[in-house]
Unconditional design. Structure first.
Length: 309
């Protein structure tokens, strides 16, 4: 068939090593490199992290690039996922607590309240709220409900929202927030100091996507998602470069997550996050273009000191 591309052939470990050497990658110890490939796989390590070290015009590695360089970037990315997931989860617990409190205080805390269409502002997006209710019901009445849901449905024949939210994903929580009525949204935003309703909604979308990347063990450092956070005072105070009136960093890249956490974490938690991140970046001594790929501006460390409200 014309234009048909044949799948890549299987390569054993010696062949994988030879292929890397043919592409001008320095391998100081082939035994160690082979053991790393056995544990991680060629696809996860090389295909996942090679691009920043390769010359696109020759398809070979830049002179002086070693197998260790790629492995160090892989390890760095794994540590990044650990750090970002840890602190996104702190925010996740806070937003779930805030939504469950203010919704329950406003409308009631049981199934009848949080599955009442009258308690949401969905406009033309009724199907989204119906889908959210379906997700909720799968966690309450599905085949594998959590222990806390089973306890409440068995004893009380109801599940308070503050119990259910522990089982909702961050994406489902973001959907619930999106369709809260304005007054309830404002109450939630007040729990995160000076953040607007639309700003929090967009940050929730970004944080959900990066949280899922971390949780699934996918490459993180150079990811850019389709959604973006709004232009914020943090962008201005960091003097982030603009092109065609658009900020070039901190919108849909990993640094957008850093900015979001600056607004959404308690100052003490953000300080801990910042120092863990700073120590990790310093430890791995990576090329400047790695930070650039992460969306980090040269003065990114200033984010600890700036006031964003």
């Amino acid at each position: 068939m014309s234009g048909h591309i044949h799948p890549k052939s299987f390569l054993d470990y010696p062949s994988q090593i030879n292929l890397l050497k043919q592409k001008q990658l320095t391998i100081h110890n082939e035994t160690i490199a082979t053991n790393i490939l056995k544990k991680i796989s060629y696809y996860s390590l090389i295909n996942g992290y090679k691009e920043i070290f390769k010359d696109s015009s020759t398809n070979n590695y830049y002179p002086g690039t070693s197998f260790d360089d790629i492995h160090q970037l892989y390890l760095f990315d794994a540590k990044l996922r650990e750090i970002f997931l840890k602190y996104i989860l702190i925010f996740e617990k806070h937003i779930k607590s805030s939504i469950s409190y203010h919704f329950s205080n406003t409308y009631g805390n049981g199934i009848a309240a949080y599955q009442d269409f009258n308690n949401y502002d969905y406009g033309k997006n009724l199907a989204d709220v119906q889908h959210l209710f379906k997700k909720m019901n799968s966690k309450i009445y599905g085949r594998h409900p959590s222990l806390q849901v089973t306890h409440h449905i068995t004893i009380y024949n109801d599940v308070p929202l503050w119990v259910l939210t522990t089982d909702l994903t961050l994406g489902e929580t973001a959907c619930m927030y999106r369709y809260l009525k304005g007054h309830c949204k404002t109450l939630v935003c007040n729990d995160f100091q000076h953040i607007g309703r639309a700003e929090l909604g967009k940050m929730l979308i970004i944080l959900t996507k990066f949280r899922n990347i971390c949780a699934h063990g996918n490459r993180l450092f150079n990811v850019k998602v389709q959604d973006s956070i709004p232009d914020l005072l943090a962008h201005k105070k960091l003097h982030i470069a603009r092109k065609n009136f658009r900020y070039q960093h901190g919108k849909s890249d990993l640094f957008a997550t850093v900015i979001s956490l600056k607004y959404l974490l308690e100052p003490a938690d953000f300080r801990l996050f910042y120092y863990e991140l700073k120590r990790t970046i310093k430890k791995y001594s990576l090329p400047d273009k790695v930070l650039s790929a992460m969306g980090f501006p040269p003065n990114w460390m200033s984010i600890l000191r700036i006031k964003v409200y």
